[in-house]
Design a protein around this ligand. Structure first.
Ligand code: AHR
Length: 522
């Protein structure tokens, strides 16, 4: 309370100390205050997580090409994609779904390749799933990425025994049939698995359950998910999507105070004109641009709503919110399989990513992990592939720019900015968050949502003194600029010089439709 009164006073003081001309120019006030010496909660690196499903060309072709492929690979995983992903410091990877997870029987995907069952991917297009990418391949991928595994178990069509065996196969070093099976398949030592989800969207594709039924089922499954050989599972209960607060209430009321789960998932997609016509990923007008961001910003209310319920049952915040599916969902690219969810990615998606990541940072006390949907070739991907070619999307670059927030401490940031108005609707023009890392460097990430207006922000940084500022900016000639296989570098970050620092007051000139990250060093 005291801090906000002080910040308010500071804003009035700054406004008051300006000349009349300056005041006149400030019919639109864009001010921000950052308090650098009172860091808040740690921003979990897992907020920057990814999601890979057996869907379209995410796994097959996107990540996995097999050891016999002409495309350069390591143990079957394509090198170009692997190297690019290492650059963004992927902290955790969720697999094998999504809706596919509740159809997946993990024993189909282990052992000699020629003996693995070929099945029908009933969720995504009825294509043949030859199970050549299974548990061992996924764990190898996480090792090569240097990230934690987030495995999504099958509640909808699986069994308690199947799930409990999977955990033993993965993590136990004791003498047991599952440990022996793993060893026969060439892996002597158990892996570590950090996150394990007990079903996916069990209110829908994961079994059409009621909240009460799922809560009881989840408790049964959870009871048999053991911690073996020093591995400590962070069990994620299936949460709701969007504004379904009743689901959260039911789950928290019944199981919230017990150690049945450590995290509660939520899913939220931004779908501009609804499921029947979601709009094109690349051919859109300003209405759709604006509407996308208006929907993206709802993520803040959704998190607040679920957090408020969790706070009542878990005031110590021992359980985390895991936003394990988020992003823009548009129509598939013309001529592609409608079940493969392949969409291009523009400057609009870059700003979407910045908005979401800033919101997650701001909720670092409760949001402990998040996973963009999805990693490669599906929905709001960070990478697109076509045969042996690869393209890094505008969303990729935002993940690269924002990686500096991983495990840094959140800083209090008060932002007062002008509205971006379209057709009588209003949203804030600027999205922002700030953190301080363990070397004392402050990072500020910002996005200007307005496609046609440069915005200057005044920002006193109080509590410490900084001498040097550097920055990067991502912007593009058009709202719908994108990176294609023919022109892969249309949208790419460059050095940013549009700032000044004088007497502890930072002035930032944000180009229209841009994402900026600044680094302040003492
Ligand atoms: O990401 C695509 C699908 O969206 C996932 O499989 C499902 O969980 C969600 O409905």
């Amino acid at each position: 309370m005291k801090k906000s009164i002080f910040l308010l006073f500071l804003l009035f003081f700054i406004a008051g100390s300006q000349s009349d001309a300056q005041k006149e120019n400030q019919a639109q006030v864009n001010q921000m205050v950052i308090v650098a010496n009172h860091p808040g909660p740690v921003i979990s690196k897992d907020i920057y997580g990814h999601f890979s499903e057996h869907l379209g060309a995410c796994i097959y072709g996107g990540l996995w090409v097999g050891t016999d492929s002409k495309i350069p690979n390591t143990y079957g995983i394509r090198n170009d994609v692997l190297f690019a992903l290492r650059e963004i410091k992927v902290p955790n990877l969720r697999w094998p779904g999504g809706c596919f997870a509740d159809t997946y029987h993990w024993k189909d995907g282990i052992g000699p390749k020629e003996k693995r069952a070929s099945i029908v991917n009933t969720t995504w297009g009825g294509v043949t799933e030859d199970n050549s990418f299974g548990t061992d391949e996924f764990m190898k991928l996480t090792e090569l990425l240097g990230c934690d595994a987030y495995i999504n178990g099958n509640v909808g069509s699986g069994s308690v025994k199947e799930m409990s065996d999977w955990i033993q196969y993965l993590t136990s070093d004791a003498i047991s049939p599952m440990t022996n099976l793993r060893k026969e398949n060439g892996r002597e030592k158990p892996w570590k698995v950090k996150y394990f989800a007990i079903g996916n969207e069990n209110w829908g594709c994961g079994g059409n359950m009621t909240a009460e039924f799922y809560t009881n089922t989840m408790k049964q499954y959870s009871t048999f998910l053991g911690n073996y050989s020093g591995n400590q599972l962070y069990r994620v209960a299936c949460g709701p999507s969007d504004y379904n607060f009743e689901w959260t209430e039911t789950l928290m009321k019944d199981a919230g105070s017990r150690s049945m789960f450590q995290g509660l998932s939520i899913h939220y997609y931004s779908i501009v004109d609804g499921w029947n016509y979601k709009g094109s990923a690349t051919q859109f007008d300003e209405r759709e641009w604006f509407e996308t961001f208006r929907l993206n910003l709802q993520m803040d209310n959704i998190i607040k709503g679920h957090s408020d319920i969790m706070d009542r049952y878990d005031p110590e915040k021992t359980k985390g919110l895991v936003v394990d599916e988020w992003g823009n969902w548009f129509n598939v690219e013309p001529g592609t399989n409608p079940s493969f969810l392949y969409q291009q990615n523009t400057m609009r998606d870059a700003i979407t990513a910045a908005i979401h990541l800033n919101i997650f940072n701001q909720h670092a006390d409760r949001v402990k992990a998040a996973n963009i949907a999805q990693m490669v070739n599906v929905l709001q991907s960070v990478i697109l592939t076509k045969d042996d070619k690869m393209v890094l999307t505008p969303t990729y670059w935002v993940f690269k720019m924002f990686r500096i927030h991983q495990e840094a401490k959140l800083l209090n940031l008060d932002l007062k900015c002008e509205d971006y108005t379209f057709s009588n609707k209003k949203i804030p023009s600027i999205s922002a968050s700030a953190s301080v890392d363990n070397e004392g460097k402050v990072h500020i990430s910002l996005a200007n949502l307005n496609p046609g207006k440069q915005i200057t922000i005044t920002c006193p940084v109080i509590g410490d003194t900084y001498k040097k500022v550097t920055g990067e900016v991502l912007t593009a000639p058009e709202m719908n600029s994108y990176n294609s296989f023919e022109k892969p570098e249309t949208v790419k970050p460059v050095v940013f010089n549009g700032f000044s620092l004088k007497d502890g007051i930072l002035s930032i000139v944000m180009p229209s439709k841009s994402v900026v990250v600044l680094e302040l060093t003492k």
